[in-house]
Design a protein around this ligand. Structure first.
Ligand code: 5RP
Length: 246
């Protein structure tokens, strides 16, 4: 199966939470086989990336790889790395990333992504985009024929600029919603101290590269969750146990 074939068979089957977790675990195990001794590894954020951090920790504790360090993309991944025995360094203390593992909310047949379900897409984009190999780990429910039909585009926004940014996003045809604004615990604040606006594009996203640039051109936008031409490989765990490497 190729990514294109999987995308064409969407909508993907509904999976119960435990099946989905098993698929994520399988793909995380497969991914860390790419790590060699001495590598600098980008550590993504989210439940799938967390499993990859855990699996990497196992390889390190079993001495299967040595002198590996991680660069975390969030507090969450930094804390997990510490918990699972993966040493971390600051991005500014390294001059490259050998391989980065990350999850995604949607993947299309061209390996373009929507990310940011965990509000970490700004740091993820920095790390994933400089990795010599950016490996995305998903189960088949994330593979879609067109980005944006089900998942909104997360946009990290400077709090000071929220109103004008919301108006500009409407001007681009989006339907923006501040993440968790209506909950009693209030809006999501990212690790970088900003707000997250989830923007629906009800007609889908015909030209993701153009939209990525247009959103980022709005003053006050820090970064959006469209990842275009960043992924080098997508590992898809399917219900039948197949893993598709692209
Ligand atoms: C965090 C992300 C995550 O990688 C994405 O939301 C997927 O998460 P999960 O693996 O839990 O489904 O982009 O900002």
């Amino acid at each position: 199966l190729t990514l294109g074939a999987l995308a064409a068979t969407a909508p993907a089957p509904e999976l119960d939470a435990s099946t989905q977790d098993n698929l994520k675990r399988a793909v995380a195990r497969k991914a860390v086989e790419l790590v060699k001794s001495g590598m600098i590894v980008g550590l993504g954020t989210g439940s799938t990336a967390s499993m990859a951090i855990e699996e990497l920790g196992k390889l390190i504790s079993q001495n299967k790889v040595k002198d590996v360090v991680g660069v975390a993309t969030s507090y969450q991944s930094r804390v997990l790395a510490r918990q699972f025995g993966v040493k971390t360094v600051d991005l500014n203390d390294v001059n490259h990333i050998d391989v980065a593992f990350d999850g995604a909310d949607e993947v299309d047949a061209s390996m373009n992504l929507i990310k940011g379900g965990g509000a970490a897409h700004t740091m993820e984009k920095v790390v994933d985009s400089i990795a010599k190999q950016c490996v995305i780990l998903v189960d088949q429910t994330k593979v879609v024929p067109e980005l944006g039909l089900t998942f909104p585009v997360p946009v990290e926004v400077l709090q000071f600029a929220l109103s004008p940014v919301l108006r500009a996003l409407v001007g681009l045809g989006g339907v923006p919603e501040i993440r968790n604004a209506l909950r009693k615990d209030g809006p999501v604040i990212t690790d970088l101290g900003n707000m997250v606006v989830d923007v629906r594009f009800p007609e889908g996203i015909k030209n993701p590269a153009e939209l990525e640039n247009k959103i980022n051109m709005i003053p006050g936008v820090i970064e959006n969750g469209l990842f275009i031409n960043i992924a080098h490989k997508v590992l898809v765990a399917t219900k039948d146990g197949d893993e598709t490497a692209i």
